[in-house]
Design a protein around this ligand. Sequence first.
Ligand code: SIN
Ligand code: FE2
Length: 225
Amino acid sequence: MAYPSLPGASGDLFGAPDEEAPWDEPIAPGAVLLRRYACGRAPALLAAVKAIAAAAPFRHLETPGGQRMSVAMTNCGTQGWISDRRGYRYGAEDPLSGRPWPAMPDVFIDLAREAAARAGYADFAPQACLINLYRPGARLSLHQDRDELDLRAPIVSISLGLPAVFLFGGLQRNDRPRRFTVQHGDIAVWGGPSRLAFHGVAPLRDGTHPATGPSRVNLTFRKTA
Ligand code: SIN
Ligand code: FE2
């Protein structure tokens, strides 16, 4: 990837060579992609994911209809999102261990708050962070995030590792979604008029990323109540 190498240019001599200056890409009313915004903190985020997964392992949840999800999931925070035969919901405990979900690390909270504020949502206080692990072929079909009681807070979604095609539609399931390639360090924020927009992730393509190997990690922050 080309980057400016002249002193004083946006990625100056003292920055990491693979770090581009972030930029904002509005995608819908109330929705924006903060391109590369998380790159500098990616190593700390991924180290924290590793520690969380040691305590609360990634697992493939079952949908209420009995399908095994292709994306593997875990959570941190005071609430975690789960799915099983009984439905979708948030809960304070990991059903695998019966223990509370690991605490949300400060590096997560700070970045989620900053990203929300940059997108126009001040004072975002996430309670749940769903951590999604995509291997090649894994996908997330179009859905709305509506298991939260407070729909005034936005969703903040951080992409790490392999690129993916993020599908972002309208408020009706049959509105044709637009396709955005999300890369390592990109953050999507949607709220306000877009809070209930249908969204999903197209099947992950084969590949290897220096930070995550053959996978994509996504962190989704939500205020649940
Ligand atoms: C989600 O909708 O929960 C996650 C979206 C993503 O992985 O980018
Ligand atoms: Fe979602």
